[in-house]
Design a protein around this ligand. Structure first.
Ligand SMILES: C[S@@+](CC[C@H](N)C(=O)[O-])C[C@H]1O[C@@H](n2cnc3c(N)ncnc32)[C@H](O)[C@@H]1O
Length: 225
């Protein structure tokens, strides 16, 4: 056995259980929110708790104040991210489904970060153009995958220099390497991964948490990776 290798250790289910066991526990409010969402027949497709914790730490380290999310679902990730922004922080979260948006608004209202979050109901493609150039510190994409290419263009425009682009589902729901899978979301995610990796305006890295999370910094001018 060599212990001096420089390549990554292959991560298994056991490692993820190990990580989960060493991640600050989910608080009772978030557990209750997930149970209520299930009872309301909202799909349980929120981000993993470990991924939420990782993004909270990132946003805190970056000193983020103004954050945008596309894809609210029940409000789980919005509440987690808003907790990282401090008293003056603000998170705008966009959701196309009226049912999901109403559920999320209700639970956000009862949360400890109600004052920091605004739910905007509508399509990300219609709402993002309403945001000013270079006005936000971070954006989290977690909605319709075929639109990720156009969301990337909006992110390029609205992120301030050094701002963070966070994108979920880079592992395409487990179908990344399934050559037989031609599902439009999977094809869109493969294409998105390749274009973000080659994009000179972003310095990004794919993190194997949840279903694969892109973390990328918006580069401007002579800022280099
Ligand atoms: C994976 S879920 C989001 C999970 C959420 N970020 C969390 O972790 O708690 C995706 C959500 O995006 C919404 N969505 C789908 N297409 C959208 C669009 N074009 N614009 C905004 N939201 C959209 C879906 O209705 C769904 O609620």
């Amino acid at each position: 056995m060599s212990v001096s290798g420089t390549t990554s250790t292959l991560v298994t289910r056991e490692h993820f259980d190990y990580i989960a066991a060493r991640t600050q526990a989910e608080d009772p409010f978030l557990v209750e929110l997930k149970e209520a969402a299930e009872a309301a027949e909202i799909p349980a497709i929120e981000i993993a708790h470990e991924q939420a914790r990782f993004m909270e730490i990132l946003l805190k380290a970056a000193g983020a104040r103004d954050v945008v999310e596309v894809g609210t679902l029940a409000g789980y990730s919005a509440i987690c991210l808003a907790r990282a922004l401090g008293e003056t922080g603000r998170l705008v979260t966009m959701e196309v489904s009226a049912k999901h948006a109403a559920f999320a608004e209700d639970w956000i209202r009862r949360s400890d970060v109600a004052e920091r979050i605004e739910v905007r109901q509508g399509r990300g493609a219609d709402l993002l153009p309403g945001l000013a150039d270079a006005s936000i510190d971070a954006i989290f994409l977690d909605a319709d995958k075929p639109s990720y290419g156009s969301y990337l263009e909006e992110a390029r425009r609205i992120l301030r220099p050094g701002g963070l682009l966070l994108v979920d589902n880079a592992f395409a729901f487990g179908y990344l390497f399934d050559g037989d899978c031609e599902e439009p979301s999977v094809l869109a995610l493969r294409e998105f991964n390749d274009s973000l990796a080659a994009d000179p305006d972003f310095d990004g890295i794919l993190v194997p948490l949840g279903d694969g999370l892109w973390v990328a910094r918006r580069l401007v001018g002579d800022d280099s990776p």
